[in-house]
Design a protein around this ligand. Sequence first.
Ligand code: BGC
Length: 431
Amino acid sequence: MLMQDFIRQYGLRMSYEDFLAGVDCFIAEMEAGLKGGKSSMKMLPTYLSLEKLSQRETRVIAMDAGGTNLRITLVNMRENKTPETEYLEVYPMPGAKDEIAAEAFFDTLAEYLAPIVDKSGRIGFCFSYPCEMRADLDGKILHMTKEVKIRGAEGLYVGEELKKALARRGLRHDHTVIVLNDTVATLLGGKACAKGREYDSYIGLILGTGINCAYVEKNTNITKEARLAASGGTCLINMESGGYDKFPRTAIDEKFDGKTMNPGKQLLEKMISGVYQGSLLLEYVRAAAGAGCFSDGFCERLSAVENLQSKEVDDFCYYPYGTGRLAALTEDSEQDKAALYQLMDAFFDRAAILSIMKLAAIMKKTGTGQNPLKPVCISAEGSTFYKSKLLHKKINYYLTAFLEERMHVCAEFMRAENATISGTSLAALQG
Ligand code: BGC
């Protein structure tokens, strides 16, 4: 079978009409989540609002627990100046490789915090997993994602557990701990960097080990929280968009999902994010090989490949004649190289359209970005967004081709310096 027929058979190429229908489905799911109805997106209110951000000159501790790394920093917040990082340590995220019990996880954090724990009474904790926020800005862990394994984490309040662990070690533990999602931190970091620019609104986009978005919603629309809904103003929403499950999925996507730690969950994340990209693409390559899209030599070598990292996919995009594993699979056939590239191109085309679809849905739902003089600022973070050659190029392309030229809405990506840490530091001053 020709690769282009395989791609067509699996519907990897989406038209503008498919995209528009997807945007409307996405909006319906956002609305259901805000009402507290059945939705695959949690749409979590954060109790943080751009209108009420307070600033002051002080030092704060900012922690960032992501899918791969854990960063511990001490940041000096200065009026009208970029926050200054006075201390920075990076550790592998506990639980990313081997499972860890929740108590041991928080004990490890306390150990890492020990050198700076006395330096400030305020801790901003960017915890990049679904957390239901309380009005006092502590967050309850709903579940873990990105294949990170912290046993017994569900239901625990991050700030409370951190303080208990500090107390167990005999360290200062009277801090105010503000918990926030990385999308929210990135949005705040973007806003802090936007001085002098007029933006209609802000979106925080993460496309890294995991995927997700945060945006600004009117309180009156958040009807699942009666108190918020009755108040004026706006609130940042952590959408948990990685959970979205209304896209058409292929039999290959389904087969892959069955092999992950949490089948049936985080379905959009599994089609796009860095932690899954390599392994999902490998499933597609295997299926294409089974359908006769590659040479016999390729298929024989492929049978020895047990896993594939996203980085190796990118290596092939940059160095198809290099020394990477995918280059080696196709070493004796120019036709195999072309077919593999064609498959990757379609695979990333779908990922790009799905990524752009949720941005379009946010803008359509909130009615923002209609004036090109005041675009929406999309503060974007994540290794996949910046490093994935094909995905990055295609996301930028669809932002222009679909959003600007056809939907007539305007948005700009912003790469704010140190967005997560500066947003987390800013959040540490709230509450
Ligand atoms: C988590 C989100 C997070 C995203 C990006 C997802 O797996 O559920 O909370 O924002 O990854 O890090």
